[in-house]
Design a protein around this ligand. Structure first.
Ligand code: FES
Length: 294
């Protein structure tokens, strides 16, 4: 049996919902401000923030573990542990923000991940306290135990990111598989004004919205977790032009550029070029090599 089969069993275990669901509801209750949520998701970074911060925290802790076995380096190890504990606060906040907008199976693994990371942080806090009392050997032993818990947490986090695609860009494939040639999708005058509509070209679904003489077309699959954007709503995006709101977790994307106005999505929606020829709408994916501008 492969180690990740065990994590899959966690993901399928509904008993974990007794903890996962209240934890999700609590995060939603505490995290109300959209600007704070956007900052924690990493909208400003164009990439999920949590993995970046988690790398920093674990690097401090792992480095301290190495210094603890080197001669006369317990003091710098203590400094690294203190830095790791300081960096853990924003790391946890970003992780919980992402967790709250995950799906059920991600959240089941997420609560076990949180328990492992909680054990790691408690262990390092105890290690730091022991070191500050002058008991550096005891502090080092507790630190190694905490690092072991951190490795378990890191494996679970890796599973969530790579196996369950949490934080991944779910619309990344569009520029690679969307048709590069102009493709007819039907009469342009059949598009309702201001209503999200779905069209299929090649193997991909496209969100199409008419605004007067302008026709916008974006990847229909939400970059955050694959929701069908044509089931979302069209809004005025805080003075930033027309936007679509994702029906699942409320990410907001500009219709003209696909850029993210609000998360949890951090990657923009791929866009399609549009043109009308003899009354018929044609689309071609943007960024596809060899596609001429309309
Ligand atoms: S699927 Fe989560 S915001 Fe769209």
């Amino acid at each position: 049996m492969r180690p990740f089969d065990d994590i899959d069993r966690l993901a399928k275990n509904p008993a974990l919902d007794k903890i996962a669901a209240p934890a999700r509801d609590l995060v939603h209750k505490v995290l109300r401000r959209q600007d704070v949520k956007d900052a924690l998701h990493g909208v400003w970074l164009g990439h999920p923030l949590h993995p970046v911060l988690a790398q920093a925290s674990l690097s401090f802790f792992a480095s301290a573990g190495v210094l603890d076995v080197a001669p006369r380096t317990r003091r710098p190890a203590t400094v690294l542990i203190a830095l790791g504990l300081v960096s853990a606060a924003p790391t946890l906040a970003a992780g919980w923000a992402d967790y709250a907008d995950g799906h059920e199976e991600q959240q089941r693994v997420g609560v076990v991940n949180a328990a492992a990371n909680g054990a790691m942080i408690a262990g390092y806090a105890a290690s730091l306290a022991a070191r500050l009392r002058g008991r550096s050997t005891r502090g080092a032993i507790i630190g190694w135990a905490a690092l072991a818990a951190g490795v378990v947490g890191a494996n679970l986090g890796g599973h969530m990111a790579y196996h369950q695609a949490m934080g991944a860009n779910h619309a990344e494939g569009y520029p690679h598989i969307g048709p590069g040639d102009w493709t007819d999708v039907g009469p342009a005058d059949e598009l309702p004004e201001g209503e999200p509509t779905r069209r299929i070209i090649g193997d991909v679904g496209v969100l199409v919205v008419r605004r007067g003489e302008t026709i916008h077309a974006l990847a229909d699959r939400c970059a955050h977790a694959s929701a069908p954007l044509h089931e979302g709503s069209i809004v005025d995006g805080d003075g930033r032009g027309d936007c679509v709101v994702c029906p699942w977790h409320g990410s907001v994307f500009r219709l003209d550029s696909g850029s993210v106005v609000h998360g949890p999505a951090t990657a923009p929606q791929p866009t399609f070029r549009t043109r009308v020829r003899e009354g018929r709408l044609e689309l071609a994916v943007t960024g596809y090599p060899g596609v001429p501008a309309s």
